[in-house]
Design a protein around this ligand. Sequence first.
Ligand SMILES: [Zn+2]
Length: 149
Amino acid sequence: MQVLNAGYEPLHHVSLQHAITMLARGVAIVEEFVEGATFGPHPLPTKVRLLRYVAMGWLQRRAEACTKAGVRARDRHRCAYCGGRADTVDHVVPASRGGALTWLNTVAACRACNNAKADRTPAEWGRPLLVTPYVPERVVALRPAFAPA
Ligand SMILES: [Zn+2]
């Protein structure tokens, strides 16, 4: 069910149970309801609205799990060594030497560079990275602080 902010902007969706709890706690009112249907003392809601305005700026940055597909997407499918089209993922510190599949130890690479680099670090191979690996983040909205868990 949709929850509207105090200013009527759509905020997020919650379960009916969650919405009933919000109504019972007096933090929201019914904005739209099913004609003739009730839920306890309330009309059966299809849309509720918060009585207190919730700032939309409460955001949290959360790291994505590292995957090979994710690394290629992060690097826009460009090889970190030659700038060509990347269809593999290179471990900067080779996996054979303990390098892990993490955002900071992987770059997109073309097959030719990956094969040529083999079991070496970029420094040992003599080819600097054209990009600096980083941890991509996505921004997710938090629940309003007063909403029941
Ligand atoms: Zn390459």
